[in-house]
Design a protein around this ligand. Sequence first.
Ligand code: SF4
Length: 345
Amino acid sequence: MNLQELFSKMDGKEKKKEILRLLSLRDEEAEGLHREAAQLREKYFGNKVFLYGFVYFSTYCRNDCNFCYYRKSNPIHRYRKTTAEILQRAKELAGSGVHLLDLTMGEDPEYRKEDFREILKLTEDIKKETGLPVMISPGFLTEDQLAAFRNAGVDWYALYQETHNRELYRKLRWDQDYDQRMEAKETAGKLGLLVEEGILTGVGESLEDIADSLLEMGRIRARQMRVMTFVPQPGSPMEDRTPADSQLERNIIAVLRLLYPQVLIPASLDVEGINGLKGRILAGSNVVTSIIPPCSGLAGVAQMDKDVDEGGRTVEEVSRILKELDLSPATRSEYQDYLVGIRHE
Ligand code: SF4
């Protein structure tokens, strides 16, 4: 019996014990785990991978998360792109062949004015001009705001808890309410938005915390599940933390694939740049995120400029690496069909 079948027969306690065992695997045992996860991806998605374009359009934020470079008390250079610039970047990304546009900002008070009036209009324009599905990552939203984004045609709402250990959460997102953040995701799901949940690893969590998070992601019916290794950020209270390698991140990707074979699991270019792509894909990821046009003046989240201007985070470069792995970017209609399918689950 394979691991996925084993999981499907286990009760909650047995499942958690097995998750803990798998997360601890190293070397050849970890490679075996990743192989099994990659085979499952192939079973459900063939040799196709989805590509997401990333537009981080405002680095202003009213919050002060301890792990984040863009926290409000960090005296850094910030930018806020105009709606015309954002539309232009979105069109360029669409033209380059991505399947979805991820519109991300810090909780920027300027763009949150009048219940996001400008951003809602912009979202409609982007949908109209590009015809692509849109994900928004603007931070916490009220029920009315979520409904307004849904009505503007948004497909996905991304809101990362980063951990589901409340004590650790208080250290990471010390100025934001845990329950309110979780409830926003559940409300989004009820309103018909697809939800992406995410965690960070290397921020002081235990393997048990990670196991709890993986089960929690399933409970809230997240359809995209993200894990990223924490990168210490200059000027933040966690800048001196020793950076972890990506072994645990790749094990988490593989375990997510075994637990939830049909969900989307990103390989983010934001942690190790283009050089980290193969390892994550080999562990079972089926989405490449944080594709950014070169020389666009746009930043990443965890690595603000890693491989961006060098052109390492483009559809062309990602496609080249996928080809080496006998994989290829999906067509737009394959991604659209996938979305139709999960909406009817
Ligand atoms: S993680 Fe997001 S909400 Fe927190 S400070 Fe950074 S940009 Fe703001």
